[in-house]
Design a protein around this ligand. Structure first.
Ligand SMILES: C[S@@+](CC[C@H](N)C(=O)[O-])C[C@H]1O[C@@H](n2cnc3c(N)ncnc32)[C@H](O)[C@@H]1O
Length: 286
């Protein structure tokens, strides 16, 4: 292989390398090259003949090789954008997904007070909690995760995004949560069936099971959170849960059985059922 390359050649080389192993070969090549060059996308196409330094070209080749081995681009560059905010990511938790922005948008559309109390269960990188905090500075947001390293990651993102008002705790769901007067409880919990064959394909192979799978065909954590949240919500408070697109019917039925009202599902960018919400009136004995 040549010791040097220009931008256009490097992109073409990477695309050929990645075409067989990645469905997003073009995008992956661009993101990795931009990271190596520390430039914006327009630069690649404005200066296609610009030479990479020997160091940049070597580093780019190494990154492309890691991508060929299946490592997610977000893990290679250590960052993923969510809600137009840069999040540090690593292999301790889920890489934030664009579909989760639907949950953020749904939460922001709820009729809540300007100083609403909000709980994010299974915060991971802090994506949901910090995106909400970036939009609603006076919301009192608590975010929890069971995994110590994920809690550290969420705290690093909190500092990086200058959203220090968000409280971040290590907690096994509600175990370290002391308030019982939340206006909104949100969660994107693990909801994939442990036997799902997709767990052996693509980026999820590099994400921890603790962020992905749940017992009872993926429903165990969704049901536990829905049941227990009733004891942590104010009357007229809301629950908002992300779930798999085939889980909406059962989850709606469970929320209704648990006494939630105004139960409704929101679809994602691909028109798949993605988030379900309910209102807790506080009237039914738990
Ligand atoms: C699907 S990931 C969601 C991460 C992040 N909220 C997002 O939307 O990108 C689920 C998260 O739940 C956390 N988790 C799993 N079991 C938990 C438990 N028992 N208590 C608290 N967090 C838990 C995992 O560590 C992981 O960070």
């Amino acid at each position: 292989m040549a010791d040097q390359s220009c931008i256009a050649e490097a992109l073409q080389w990477a695309y050929v390398q990645l075409a067989a192993s990645s469905e997003s070969a073009h995008l992956d090549a661009e993101v990795l090259l931009l990271y190596c060059l520390n430039k914006n996308r327009a630069y690649l196409y404005t200066w296609p003949e610009k030479a990479l330094s020997v160091e940049q070209w070597k580093r780019f080749q190494q990154m492309v090789q890691r991508r060929q081995q299946g490592v997610p681009v977000a893990h290679i560059v250590g960052e993923r954008e969510f809600w137009s905010l840069p999040f540090i990511v690593n292999d301790t938790t889920l890489i934030p997904r664009p579909d989760t922005e639907i949950l953020v948008e749904s939460a922001l559309n709820l009729p809540l007070e300007s100083n609403a109390k909000v709980l994010d269960l299974g915060t991971g990188t802090g994506a949901i909690a910090l995106a909400l905090a970036s939009e609603r500075a006076a919301w009192q947001i608590t975010a929890v995760d069971k995994v110590e390293d994920a809690v550290a990651l969420a705290k690093a993102n909190r500092t990086n995004l200058k959203l220090e008002q968000v409280e971040i705790l290590q907690s096994d769901w509600f175990s370290a949560v002391t308030s019982h007067d939340f206006d909104l409880i949100v969660s994107n919990p693990p909801y994939i069936d442990e036997a799902d064959e997709h767990l052996h394909q693509g980026d999820v192979r590099f994400e921890p099971q603790s962020a992905l799978t749940a017992a009872d065909e993926g429903f165990a954590d969704l049901y536990y959170i829905a049941k227990t949240a009733r004891d942590y919500l104010k009357p007229n408070g809301y629950i908002l849960l992300e779930h798999g697109f085939e889980q909406a019917v059962k989850l709606r039925a469970k929320l209704i059985e648990l006494g939630y009202q105004n139960v409704a599902t929101v679809r994602d960018f691909g028109s798949n059922d993605r988030c379900t919400m309910g209102k807790w009136m506080g009237l039914i004995g738990i």
